[in-house]
Design a protein around this ligand. Structure first.
Ligand code: BTN
Length: 267
C-alpha cells in the first residue's frame, strides 16, 4: 500500500488570531484531501452553512479553474485554499482583480518580486503562470456568500510543462508553470490570508476604485499586443471602471468583461 503523503504544519492559529478581529466567527480548517475547496464551500452554502471559514486542502482531487477548466495540483507543490464569507459591496465589479492585487502584493513582499497580474486575475511570475483565482457567489440581494478560491504553485516544482495548473498550456503555449520557489505552502498561506481578508473588507467598503492604481502597478499586459479567446486582437491599455480590460483594436477602443474570455499576450 502506498504511504500516505506527509502532513504539513500549517499556521492555522496565527492566521485565526490575525483574522478573527476583522471577521468575528472566523475559523480555519485544514484537510488532507478533498475534491475542491471551492466545491466544498459551495456545497455547505447550499446546505445553509454560510460559514466564515478558511478551508485549506493539502490535495485536491478535482480542483476547478476559471472557464470550466480543471486545476491540477500536486501535494507539497501547491497551495490550494478557499475563503468563504458573506460580503455586501455596493458594486461587485472588479472583486477578482482586487483579490489578485492583494495576493500579488503579498507574494512580492515575501520575495517573489517579479510577480504580476495577467488580466483578469492570473498571478504570473515573469511570463509563466504562478497561480489563479476562482470566485463563486451564492444568494440574492445585497448580501452574498462569496467563495474566494486560490491556487498558488510553491516549492521547487516550477517548469512542469506537461500538465500545468489551470490549463495554462493551452492559454500561453511558450511558457511553463512557475513557483514561489523559496516558500512552502504553509508560509505562503500565512503571508497572504490576513492581508486578503483586510483587502476584501476594504473592497466591501470602497469597491474597485480603491484597487485600480494598485492593479496598474502590477499589470503585466499594459501596452502589449494581446489576443482574446474569441479571436479579437489589440493593444492592452489597462483596466477601466469595474475592472474591464481596455483594448485598442483596429475598430476602436473596446472594454472587455472578464466573464467568458481569456486573453494571452502576443510575443
Ligand atoms: C484559474 O486560474 O483558472 C483559477 C484557479 C483556481 C484554483 C483554486 S485551488 C483552490 C480553489 N478550489 C478549486 O477547485 N479551485 C480554486
Amino acid at each position: 500500500m502506498p504511504a500516505a503523503p506527509e502532513r504539513q504544519c500549517w499556521p492555522a492559529e496565527a492566521i485565526w488570531e490575525a483574522v478573527v478581529p476583522m471577521l468575528p466567527g472566523f475559523s480555519v480548517e485544514v484537510l488532507p484531501q478533498i475534491d475542491s475547496t471551492n466545491s466544498e464551500l459551495m456545497r455547505r452554502c447550499r446546505a445553509g452553512r454560510t460559514e466564515t471559514v478558511l478551508l485549506v486542502a493539502e490535495h485536491q482531487s478535482a480542483g476547478r479553474g476559471r472557464l470550466g477548466r480543471p486545476w491540477h495540483s500536486a501535494p507539497g507543490s501547491s497551495l490550494t485554499f478557499s475563503l468563504g464569507l458573506t460580503l455586501a459591496p455596493g458594486d461587485w465589479s472588479g472583486l477578482s482583480l482586487a483579490v489578485g492585487v492583494s495576493l500579488a502584493e503579498r507574494l512580492r513582499a515575501i520575495g517573489a518580486t517579479g510577480v504580476g497580474l495577467k488580466w483578469p486575475n492570473d498571478l504570473w511570475l515573469g511570463w509563466a503562470k504562478l497561480g489563479g483565482i476562482l470566485i463563486e457567489t451564492a444568494g440574492l440581494g445585497a448580501d452574498r456568500y462569496a467563495v474566494v478560491g486560490v491556487g498558488i504553485n510553491v516549492g521547487a516544482s516550477g517548469g512542469a510543462l506537461a500538465e500545468p495548473a489551470g490549463g495554462a498550456a493551452q492559454e500561453v503555449p511558450p511558457v511553463g508553470l512557475q513557483s514561489v520557489t523559496q516558500a512552502s505552502a504553509p508560509q505562503v498561506l500565512g503571508a497572504v490570508v490576513p492581508a486578503l481578508v483586510r483587502d476584501l473588507m476594504r473592497f466591501e467598503r470602497e469597491g474597485w476604485p480603491a484597487f485600480a492604481q494598485r492593479f496598474a502597478a502590477l499589470d503585466l499586459l499594459k501596452g502589449r499586443p494581446v489576443q482574446l479567446s474569441d479571436g479579437r486582437e489589440g493593444l492592452a491599455c489597462g483596466v477601466g471602471a469595474g475592472g474591464a480590460l481596455r483594448l485598442q483594436t483596429p475598430a476602436g477602443l473596446v472594454e472587455v468583461g472578464s466573464g467568458e474570455l481569456s486573453v494571452r499576450p502576443q510575443r
